[in-house]
Design a protein around this ligand. Structure first.
Ligand code: ZN
Length: 497
């Protein structure tokens, strides 16, 4: 039995965390291994675990220990204060949400997901509209329980990126949008183009070996993690056991490669968090935006660069001699950095991607401030796509119904993707500045200096700093879209003009 209150608190947090990891494994297994007709039992297993986890994280002992530790008599160091601050926040959150609401929400999520899938299949928004309305109401109710009734959207953003709010994001996105639209137009007007459909017949086993070679050389520890196949790539687990997934297509090797690298960026962050603190805030990522900054930095700034491909193009060509025989080097590099007017966010490139996110943020904001109704949503969606990307989605499936996020009420999540892109570019220039000759390392297949730098500036701090503070502490500058604009210009303008 640990003696002092801080150790006793950590023992409680560890118990809750371990139960959470079991729950997480069930979720991973569901998406990777579960036989088709076994999902009923899995739903019951998951629901049973959710109950056990909720009980552990709302144990009144945690509250008592936190109250003790928060009293002035106990001396605490900075690390301990971070753990207590976050444990209090988490406890309050869990304890304030009535069980009845959580059960109702779980049922709604399941119903709304199926309604969304059906609506998307039939490309008919009206089938999903009533569920979306219920999810909006449910999100307002959620915010109310947590004491954010007046700013429900800020509450939801704060769940993904603590310390962020809609007004701050609107300012950052507006600045980005003004600069980005002309860059997109310039690139799309270029004569130089290369469609990734030039790739044909890449055997899956070979693709898998190649991507494992790359992700291991980036620094992913396969003794504490693995990569499997799922419908949509993701990364789950923690630094002690990191589970990544990818998907394969013989005619689209870049999709598999870059989504694996993306998930590896998430995995490297998890594996860089202090292993002995995984159960508390010191071993937890700073937020979604910070997480996405890591995946994007490796995926885009590093692995789409010339220096990276100087090392890996010969290796790729040796593996896929026949498939690449007629594809010159310049075409290969252009395909790796292809930009196109794609109506679908997940299929879009890193240049236009940010506009897809800005559109969703704008819509969510208006849904929550009451200036847009669910009924008006498809028209508003299409109008924004026309305005920012000159795209006319050909139906609801390709337009407003394309993303799964709103079906489970994940409002306030989209902005994190773009905030992550901003931080990634900001970290990139700070690293280039502080690590002379960094890109020469990449030409030799050596990424250790960059990884060590990220470990030091980002990973080891866990949730000590929220996104805005993390940006300043890691780069010396406040979070800004300027480095992202600079990066997109540096990388893409020479390529397309
Ligand atoms: Zn990601």
């Amino acid at each position: 039995m640990p003696e002092n209150a801080y150790d006793r608190l950590n023992a409680k947090l560890k118990h809750a965390h371990m139960l959470g990891t079991v729950s997480g494994l069930l979720g991973w297994d569901e998406l990777v291994n579960l036989p088709a007709d076994s999902s009923d039992q899995r739903q019951e297993q998951s629901a049973a675990m959710a109950q056990v986890c909720h009980k552990a994280s709302t144990d009144p002992k945690i509250d008592e220990l936190l109250t003790d530790l928060e009293s002035k008599q106990i001396q605490l160091n900075d690390d301990q204060r971070v753990v207590i601050r976050e444990a209090r926040k988490e406890y309050r959150r869990s304890a304030k949400l009535p069980t009845e609401f959580l059960q109702r929400k779980a049922r709604l999520d399941s119903e709304a997901y199926h309604a969304w899938a059906d609506a998307k299949k039939n490309s008919d928004f009206s089938r999903f509209a009533p569920y979306l309305q219920r999810q909006l109401d449910s999100s307002r109710e959620f915010a109310g329980y947590l004491g954010w009734a007046k700013n429900p959207y800020d509450c939801l953003i704060d769940q993904h990126d603590p310390g962020m709010n809609a007004a701050t994001i609107a300012g950052l996105f507006e600045e980005l949008k003004i600069e980005l639209v002309p860059i997109v137009n310039l690139i799309l007007a270029s004569e130089k183009k290369q469609d990734p459909s030039i790739f044909k017949g890449f055997p899956i086993a070979e693709q898998e070996e190649f991507l494992k070679e790359i992700t291991a050389s980036l620094g992913f520890n396969y003794n504490r993690g693995r990569i499997d196949v799922s419908l949509h790539p993701f990364c789950s687990g923690n630094g002690a056991d990191t589970r990544m997934t990818t998907r394969f297509d013989e005619d689209n090797p870049l999709d598999s490669l870059f989504s694996s690298i993306h998930e590896t960026g998430h995995g490297l962050y998890e594996q860089g968090l202090p292993l002995d603190q995984l159960h508390n805030a010191l071993g937890e990522a700073a937020g979604m935006g910070a997480h996405e900054s890591q995946s994007r930095l490796w995926e885009n700034q590093v692995c789409r660069s010339r220096s990276f491909w100087k090392c890996y193009e010969p290796i790729l060509r040796a593996r896929f001699k026949k498939q690449l025989a007629d594809i010159p080097s310049d075409d290969l590099y252009l395909a790796i950095n292809a930009v196109s007017r794609n109506p679908v966010r997940v299929d879009s490139d890193e240049v236009t991607y940010n506009l897809h996110v800005i559109i969703r943020f704008e819509i969510e904001r208006r849904l929550f401030d009451g200036s847009l109704s669910v009924k008006e949503l498809p028209d508003a969606w299409n109008a924004l796509y026309k305005e920012l990307l000159d795209i006319d989605p050909k139906n609801d499936a390709e337009g407003v119904l394309q993303d799964v996020h709103w079906s489970d009420g994940s409002f306030g999540y989209f902005p994190s993707y773009c905030l992550g892109n901003m931080l990634a570019a900001q970290l990139w220039y700070a690293a280039l500045d502080q690590l002379p000759g960094l890109e020469d390392d990449f030409e030799k297949g050596d990424f250790s200096r960059l990884l060590d730098w990220l470990r030091d500036k980002v990973h080891r701090h866990g949730k000590r700093y929220y996104l805005k503070v993390l940006a300043v502490s890691a780069t010396g500058q406040p979070l800004s879209p300027k480095p992202l604009i600079r990066y997109l210009k540096d990388r893409y303008i020479p390529l397309y003009t």
